[in-house]
Design a protein around this ligand. Structure first.
Ligand code: AHR
Length: 506
């Protein structure tokens, strides 16, 4: 059966510029993300490019990753950068106090920069505030960015890199309300000011990301303590994991659990809006402080410390990623970066590895589809479609939603963007319904018309379908011809599918 829906795209209503960094990534020394997901070493039998895993590098490069955040996560506030530079055989081996096992430090700053360059991404380094010091942070910055003849700039040159790395993004600690030192927000603000004063003085070109929270209380108190030092603050981060027993397992979940997960996106939206309200209030419009969704993604029960936070990734994860990226596009006037957690073998990964094999997850294909939004003007969109979960469902009584005005979950979700030259329109359209195809009228309002276009669809027989090492192509995108002419397209959006239109306008 097919239901009627409508999507209106206002070509003349720009709501923001989609910062490419919204499509960012996060890689931590955790489980099998760095070793052997990214780094296998030059002597490995696994094909590599100077130690970097070749198949993973090639897969990531193909989706134009804009930025990678490293080395954590919780790991960051226990990491001392000097452990990871210089001759590899002289680097100390340290216990990984957060995630277990030991770290050989084979993958350090120079290897991270090499990785970023090999996939054409900007590096984003998260500093150690919890167990580190401003002096340690300053020396790391000097090692990376100083162009003169200081001892640390010379050390970088001796390690093979005479030119400064020009690392632009620096996080001042990670989750400092928890694994990053168990600070309270006012104490963290004092630390933030101390670190930022010296970092900004040493290199005014850098952008600093402060540790925020999805707790309103933390953000309020932190921002209040920063009120007279707004000039030291560039961006505030939040982390959001989709993690609840009501979402079921990674590959085994009921239809209700599928809907519960997608219903939760409005909680993320609420947290983003709260963070925006707070930074705007305290900055009093003296500075446009961006929101960085530093870490986000699904966290299923299979991802435990023992499993190295490894979990499978189904079409459901991909649909969730598509809806979240649509949300970020619609918030592009305030969200300046978002990093999915994590790149390889950990949580909502894009690649999974086993020995010599690497597979691409359904989530990977979402990033491939959505890359055409990067850097575009985000447009206002309006959707009308059947409700697939009422606001007053059993899920909505969960503590995550206490005291909120909830919205019912609509089947259709979308975002649209226009290239800077005004010639190319990208539409990403998701049908979240489990059983209904949606007969949809896509209307372009404004003076332009469609000349030609292409459509790519990601779906599968079932939302539980996933790619595995013996069946790597269960869920892959396919191209379909479209008959869109002029200003209206009638399109039946298949159930549980993600659809990307790239249209040329005239
Ligand atoms: O991504 C896994 C962990 O989740 C990170 O180390 C931490 O920042 C967050 O709690």
């Amino acid at each position: 059966m097919s239901e009627k829906s409508k999507l209106t795209i206002r070509l003349d209503k720009v709501i923001g510029i989609i910062n490419p960094n919204i499509y960012g990534h996060f890689a931590e020394h955790l489980g099998r993300c760095i070793y052997p997901g990214i780094w296998v070493g030059e002597n490995s039998k696994i094909p590599n490019l100077e130690g970097l895993r070749k198949d993973v590098v090639e897969a990531l490069k193909a989706i134009n990753p804009p930025v990678v955040r490293w080395p954590g996560g919780c790991f960051a506030d226990s990491y001392h950068w000097r452990d990871g530079v210089g001759p590899v055989d002289q680097r100390p081996r340290r216990p990984n106090i957060w995630w277990g096992g030991e770290d050989s430090n084979e993958f350090g700053t120079d290897e991270f920069i090499k990785f970023c360059r090999s996939i054409c991404a900007e590096p984003y380094i998260c500093l150690n505030v919890g167990s580190g010091s401003p002096r340690e942070a300053l020396s790391w910055l000097e090692y990376c960015n100083y162009a003169g003849n200081s001892s640390l700039a010379r050390l970088r040159a001796e390690n093979g890199h005479p030119e400064p790395y020009k690392v632009k993004y620096w996080g001042v600690g990670n989750e400092n309300w928890g694994c990053g030192g168990s600070f309270d927000p006012v104490y963290y603000a004092w630390e933030y000011r101390r670190f930022a004063t010296y970092l900004k003085r040493a290199d005014p070109s850098i952008q600093l990301i402060a540790c925020g929270h999805i707790s309103r209380d933390w953000n309020l108190k932190f921002m209040e303590a920063m009120r007279n030092h707004i000039y030291l603050l560039d961006h505030l981060s939040i982390h959001y994991y989709f993690r609840s027993p009501s979402f079921g397992d990674d590959i085994k979940f009921t239809d209700e659990e599928y809907l519960n997960l997608l219903f939760d996106v409005q909680n993320l939206k609420y947290q983003i809006q709260q963070a925006i309200n707070i930074v705007d209030f305290f900055s009093e419009k003296r500075k446009n402080i961006g929101i960085v969704v530093d870490e986000w993604g699904t966290w299923h029960p299979q991802a435990t410390v023992e499993s190295g936070l490894y979990q499978q990734n189904t079409l459901r994860d991909a649909i969730l990623a598509a809806v979240v990226l649509n949300l970020f596009n619609r918030y592009s006037s305030k969200i300046v970066m978002a990093n999915i957690a994590q790149t390889v073998n950990v949580l909502q990964s894009l690649c999974l590895t086993k020995g010599k094999k690497t597979i691409l997850t359904p989530t990977y294909y979402i990033y491939d589809l959505y890359k055409s939004h990067m850097g575009n003007y985000a447009l206002e969109v309006e959707t009308q479609s059947p409700i697939i979960m009422e606001a007053h469902s059993p899920t909505s009584s969960s503590p995550r939603f206490t005291g909120r005005k909830l919205e019912p979950l609509q089947a259709l979700d979308a975002s649209a963007s226009l290239s800077k030259d005004g010639k190319r329109l990208t539409i990403t359209l998701v049908n979240q319904s489990l059983d209904e195809d949606l007969e949809t009228k896509i209307i372009l309002s404004g003076d332009k018309e469609v000349k030609e276009g292409e459509l790519v669809i990601l779906n599968a027989h079932d939302v539980r379908d996933h790619n595995d090492f013996d069946a790597p192509n269960n869920v892959t995108p396919r191209e379909e011809p479209i008959k869109m002419k002029r200003k209206i397209l009638n399109y039946v959006v298949p159930k549980h599918s993600v659809n990307r239109f790239n249209l040329t306008l005239k």
